[in-house]
Ligand binder design. Structure first.
Ligand code: SF4
Length: 387
């Protein structure tokens, strides 16, 4: 709960995020794509990560690691092992280490390397099991390749998350239901369900924008069906887009939503670290040249104070089932405004209160973004000071 986080911020082990900005090919809907990297580019990238780590890291205990992208599993087994040497040899407080993988890059060699370096959790970008929708998205995997990749990850005893996507052009509710059922049949520890975001600058968006169900009609029905199907199957709906078997929540993300510090390295990686939030510049070459020359390569810098942490913990609290306990340190006006809204939302069935802790209901989670906008409007001082 919020009050616990604010008390423990300095002592908690930090999370580490590493952004791996490489993909083997372009998915139609994504504006991110970089060309397939050469071995030399990946080697320079790993060398620069090490330099950035030495520049930024201040010796705290590491609690969680998350390698995301892009497609971290595009790296070879040897390159994955080289990435391990960035971090301290001993990490006694490390509880979870996740690597994002695409089904086509999951091989025995890579999984063995991941297991040997200490990875505990694999997140697989399934998106959909429907072959036709995979083609629409220009995802190269087939259903059978996805199932094979999943089995392989299972043989190595990793905890597995499957990413699923809804609101794909042409997708019917029935197809979404089939995806959910197929995912449940595999019994992964964790499932993430995302609404497809149309990146305006892609040709895909231009081609399909009229086929996406409008948010007010389509989004809620797809999202509601995910909640219904997955909770019935025994998954806990612990965050708007995330479902887990008991005890299998993504610790790294939970700790970030609870406003614990994390350090992000690699181009475009964001951090909340050492009293500031900032983002690394997104350009791979500029990031490499800058970091190797000893420059910070940061943008969007913002000072973090207790007021900001409390506000953001409330906003993220509306998206999770962890519960919101308003800290006594909050100013009276903000506290009164929050309580008034929370009580109103309880009457509307959007929240419930147990022992002064407020929890969003399933219906409240569906409306988390709208509730966040409403509550932000009540805060006295929502302005974020620039450093
Ligand atoms: S969706 Fe993911 S895998 Fe596909 S191009 Fe974008 S970052 Fe790469």
């Amino acid at each position: 709960m919020i009050s616990d986080f604010c008390d423990n911020l300095t002592e908690s082990p930090i999370g580490i995020y590493v952004h791996v900005p490489f993909c083997a090919f372009r998915c139609a809907y994504c504006a991110f794509y970089k060309a397939v990297p050469s071995r030399a580019t990946i080697e320079s990238y790993i060398k620069t990560l090490k330099v950035e780590w030495d520049l930024r890291y201040r010796g705290e205990s590491v609690g969680t690691i998350f390698w995301g992208g892009g497609t971290p599993s595009i790296l070879s087994a040897k390159q994955l092992e080289d990435m391990r040497h960035i971090f301290p040899d001993e990490m006694p407080f490390l509880k979870e280490w996740t690597v994002e993988c695409s089904p086509l890059t999951i091989t025995k060699d890579r999984l063995a390397a991941m297991r040997d370096i200490g990875v505990t959790r694999i997140s697989i970008g399934v998106e959909t099991f429907d072959e036709k929708l995979l083609k629409t998205l220009n995802r190269r995997q087939t259903l059978w390749q996805t199932l094979e990749a999943y089995e392989l990850a299972r043989n190595f005893s990793f905890d597995v998350n499957l990413d699923l996507m809804f609101a794909v052009p042409g997708q019917r509710l029935r197809q979404w239901e089939m995806d959910l059922r197929q995912a449940v049949a595999l019994r992964p520890e964790h499932l993430s369900t995302y609404c497809l975001t149309m990146e305006e600058e892609t040709a895909f968006a231009a081609r399909h924008k009229d086929k996406i169900p409008p948010a007010e009609r389509g989004w809620e029905r797809f999202h509601g069906l995910a909640g219904e199907t997955l909770t019935k199957a025994g998954y806990q709906h612990y965050e708007v887009s995330n479902f887990a078997q008991p005890g299998k929540q993504c610790l790294h993300n939970v700790r970030i939503w609870q406003m614990n510090d994390w350090l992000g390295i690699g181009p475009a990686a964001a951090s909340q670290y050492n009293g500031r939030r900032f983002k690394n510049i997104s350009d791979l070459n500029r990031w490499m040249c800058g970091i190797l020359a000893g420059a910070a390569c940061e943008e969007d810098i913002c000072a973090v104070d207790a007021n900001l942490l409390v506000q953001d913990a409330i906003i993220f609290g509306l998206r999770t089932r962890t519960g919101i306990h308003l800290p006594e340190s909050m100013n009276n006006r903000n506290m009164d405004a929050c309580l008034r809204l929370f009580k109103f939302w309880c009457e509307q069935g959007l929240m419930e209160c147990k022992k002064s802790v407020y929890y969003p209901t399933e219906r409240g989670l569906l409306l988390a973004d709208a509730l966040a906008v409403e509550i932000l409007g009540t805060f006295d001082n929502p302005v974020r000071p620039k450093v």
